[in-house]
Structures are given as structure tokens and as C-alpha cells.
Design a protein around this ligand. Structure first.
Ligand SMILES: Cc1cc2nc3c(=O)[nH]c(=O)nc-3n(C[C@H](O)[C@H](O)[C@H](O)COP(=O)(O)OP(=O)(O)OC[C@H]3O[C@@H](n4cnc5c(N)ncnc54)[C@H](O)[C@@H]3O)c2cc1C
Ligand code: FES
Length: 254
């Protein structure tokens, strides 16, 4: 992991509400793994704290992130222009690649809202002999992005695209209709969505790994502010930013 000043290559809208920001980094593009994140100092003075963003894609020496404009940090990012510089720290956290083994044939990716962010990079590097099915859930269609994903199934809360309902409703419906075998879930998105999907996976005896979301002050294991309670074992808490962000959902209290 290292801190560097990088140059913005492009900033484009993928939908009316989601932007893709691409910057150039020889270092990050050579070491980053799917599921890892970078910490960006988005403004020169304010906000003071870096903001974490999942690595969305790596293409040559270019790294992309995606975001929707929510508050101070993402507003500042959206004002950047091609050629501007960014202070980035990374790559941080563990990788989904550590949770791939021979005990499953089909990976089910579930992305809630902007939680889809790590899956295109993961799709690119997933073992080709395994099948991928990608479930995307969003409040409405402008929050759904499909770039770089495979076998996509969409749900929206308002029915503006795909299935009208939650992503878990869609998964349950599909699981009744298809005889999925030897599968493993990989999740990223709002904690409430991930808990619901993890509970379902647990009920039907399927392994489930989730990239956890939380507020991060330092993002590198120093401030101890991103505790997650561990179920069983010697340690009571782990740090989301350093020990994760990806955990077996049976081992932590979501
Ligand atoms: C490991 C990790 C990876 C992340 N990857 C991405 C990513 O790829 N793309 C991305 O857009 N964001 C990602 N986030 C969230 C991101 O770091 C910021 O928190 C988010 O973009 C909002 O930052 P902000 O400064 O604009 O909002 P702030 O000014 O910090 O917050 C403004 C308001 O929005 C609320 N808020 C903050 N975050 C969210 C949220 N996620 N959903 C709803 N309300 C929120 C706050 O509670 C506050 O009320 C990630 C977070 C983590 C921990
Ligand atoms: S955010 Fe500081 S220790 Fe995790």
C-alpha cells in the first residue's frame, strides 16, 4: 500500500446518477486485486478525512472507481476535471480472490446500489471454469450499472427496471425456479441488504462472503474506528478496513 498523487484521465456519467472516475497509476494498476479499495483525499482542505472507494476496473495503467453524489466528498469528486490530480492511498483491504476454491461451481454476485462497484473487476479475474450470475438491486434504474458484468438480473424498488421488489425477493424467486447447485454468494452493498441475503444463504446452507460497509476514519487500521463483532474465536472484534473488508458472513455480526 502506498500514497501517491495521480492524474485524472476521465470523469463520465454511466447513468444520470452514477459517475465513473478514471485515473492513471502504474503502481495501483500492477498490484490491486478485486475487492480491494482505495482511500481518496477528495478535497484540498475539506473534507479532512479520506473517503474509501472500491476498485471498479483496472485497464492497462488506468484505475476506475464509480460513485453517486451523496455528500461533501462525492460532491468534491464530481467537480474534478480531466488532468486534475488526486491524492490516493491503496490498495487497502483483502480480496474476493482469497475466497475462491474448488468447493463451488457458480458464483452468485449480489450488488446493492453502488455496492456493485467491486464486481466488474472481480468478473474480469474470476476463474473462467466457474459460472457467474450477477444480481443487482437498486432503488430505481438510474442507480443500476451493468458495465463489465455477466449474466445480469436486475431488481428495482420502484419497478423502473427489471423485477419490481428487493434483490432478495428476486433471488428467492429464481432459486425456486432454478435448481442451483454448488454455489457461493459474494455480496457488496448496504448492510441491511447483505444481512438479509446472508440469512437466506445460511438457511439454505450456502457459503456467503460479504464486503462490509462502515464509516472509516483512517482506512488503514490505525484509528480502531471500524470494529465489527466476531462470532466465536479468540478475538471479540476485528477491523473492517484491515481484517476485511471481506468476511465470511457466518463469522461476524452483521
Ligand atoms: C470499503 C468501502 C468502499 C466504498 N466504495 C464506494 C464506492 O465504490 N462508491 C461510492 O460511491 N461509495 C463507496 N463507499 C462509500 C464512500 O466512501 C462514501 O462514504 C460515500 O461516497 C459518501 O461520501 P460523501 O463524502 O459524499 O458523503 P458524506 O458527506 O460523508 O455523507 C453525507 C451524508 O450521506 C450519508 N451517507 C454516507 N455514505 C452513504 C451511503 N453509502 N449511502 C447512503 N447515505 C450515505 C451520510 O450518513 C451523511 O448523512 C465505500 C465505503 C467503504 C467503507
Ligand atoms: S478505519 Fe481506522 S482502523 Fe479501520
Amino acid at each position: 500500500m502506498k500514497q501517491e498523487i495521480v492524474q485524472i484521465h476521465s470523469l463520465e456519467f454511466l447513468t444520470n446518477e452514477i459517475l465513473e472516475l478514471t485515473f492513471i497509476s502504474d503502481y495501483l494498476s500492477s498490484v490491486a486485486k478485486p475487492g480491494q479499495f482505495i482511500n481518496i483525499l477528495v478535497g484540498e482542505r475539506y473534507p479532512l478525512l479520506r473517503r474509501p472507494f472500491s476498485i471498479f476496473n483496472v485497464e492497462g495503467n488506468k484505475i476506475s472507481i464509480v460513485f453517486n453524489v451523496i455528500g461533501t466528498g462525492t460532491k468534491a469528486l464530481a467537480r474534478k476535471r480531466n488532468g486534475d490530480t488526486l491524492d490516493v492511498l491503496g490498495p487497502c483491504g483483502n480480496s474476493f480472490l482469497s475466497f475462491i476454491d474448488d468447493s463451488f461451481d457458480t458464483a452468485v454476485f449480489v450488488g446493492g446500489g453502488i455496492g456493485v462497484a467491486p464486481f466488474p473487476f472481480l468478473t474480469k479475474h474470476f476463474p473462467t471454469e466457474k459460472k457467474i450470475v450477477t444480481y443487482l438491486g437498486g432503488r430505481h434504474k438510474e442507480l443500476i450499472i451493468t458495465k463489465g458484468l455477466k449474466n445480469i438480473k436486475i431488481s428495482t424498488d420502484d419497478g423502473s427496471e427489471g423485477f419490481n421488489g428487493t434483490v432478495l425477493d428476486l433471488i428467492k424467486k429464481d432459486f425456486q425456479e432454478n435448481n442451483y447447485r454448488n454455489i457461493r454468494f459474494f455480496l457488496c452493498g448496504p448492510t441491511r441488504m447483505m444481512k438479509a441475503v446472508a440469512d437466506f444463504a445460511n438457511e439454505i446452507g450456502i457459503e456467503c462472503f460479504a464486503s462490509l460497509e462502515c464509516d472509516m476514519a483512517c482506512g488503514i487500521g490505525l484509528c480502531q474506528g471500524c470494529n465489527i463483532e466476531v462470532l466465536g474465536g479468540d478475538k471479540k472484534y476485528k477491523l473492517v478496513c484491515k481484517d476485511g473488508t471481506i468476511f465470511d458472513t457466518k463469522t461476524v455480526r452483521l
